[in-house]
Design a protein around this ligand. Structure first.
Ligand code: FES
Length: 105
């Protein structure tokens, strides 16, 4: 699956990952050396993996309960905000453009 990642400085990179690795988007972004704290380890409790969907995503699953509650605590969350740790890397990510928004190290 291929999608695009926009870093905090606006630079974009296309990322391609196999779908069958069982990773979530937060883990994948870290593997590509993006600066993501992920303090909670991926259980929707820190919001440092906050991303905004800038394009695509028609097939993404709805925001989950825990994800939505956490996003509600953020000052800068918008209707296109997601927690990267709650998104599975599968074909629903194809063609998406994600902007990294969470706190840095
Ligand atoms: Fe903490 Fe996603 S890694 S909410």
């Amino acid at each position: 699956v291929k999608f695009t990642v926009e870093d905090r400085d606006g630079s974009r990179q296309e990322v391609e990952v196999p779908e069958d690795m069982g990773l979530n988007l937060m883990e994948t972004l870290k593997a590509f050396e993006y600066n993501i704290l992920a303090t909670c380890g991926g259980i929707a409790l820190c919001a440092t993996c906050h991303v905004k969907l800038l394009g695509g995503g028609e097939n993404l699953p709805e925001v989950g309960d825990a994800e939505g509650q956490m996003l509600d605590t953020l000052m800068d969350s918008e209707s296109n905000s997601r927690l990267a740790c709650q998104l599975k890397v599968d074909d629903t990510l194809q063609g998406c453009i994600f902007k990294i928004c969470g706190d840095e190290h």
